[in-house]
Design a protein around this ligand. Sequence first.
Ligand SMILES: [Zn+2]
Ligand SMILES: [Zn+2]
Length: 220
Amino acid sequence: MLCANHKGGEYGLCSDCQQSLPWHIAPKCPQCGLLSDGHICGHCLQSAPSFDATRALFSYDYPLDRLLQHYKYKESLHLADTFASLFIKNLLDAAPNNHTQPDLIMPMPMHNERLKQRGFNQALEIARLISKHRQIKLDFTSCQRTRLTPPQASLPLKERIKNIRGVFQCDKNLQGLNIALVDDVMTTGASLNELAKTLKQAGAAHVECWVIARTLPRPH
Ligand SMILES: [Zn+2]
Ligand SMILES: [Zn+2]
């Protein structure tokens, strides 16, 4: 996987290891983050998601997938800082535009039961660091999961959409706000789409997905 010695490397990874990561630099759809000619893809044109844009640092491939698993299961908590710093450097500082300073940053909410099992919300820790470094207000209380659902990873796409429908509740008036949603991995985007839909219903004007990795469908 990665070398065992990152001493002296920036962001907690030596430069060889940084280069070995699957950076998501190919032309992609600005709305959903999947590969395209750099314009909005056919799928988004045909059936627009509730979020307006996606920024993804990596594709969800080896060895980054392993690294994210380590992070998620609390073996390498310092990686929150690595991911947040690389995200800021590559996707915020390097690509300034009108939407780089949202009003609020929100992590993908985790159900309390799951939070108890795992001990931390992996999306919240990354959101907290981006919030701190970029001085964007962090909000992890206004939006909650109302029920415990089976993990999305265990389900096919159609079931994922059904599984997650109506699961989020937002208690805050978000009228006119520009919101960045943070998650570790965006797979089909069903959860982020449902969350974005809930935020738009609460008045949000613009919602972006900020994710560490985007799963890219494999060619068959
Ligand atoms: Zn290394
Ligand atoms: Zn798209």
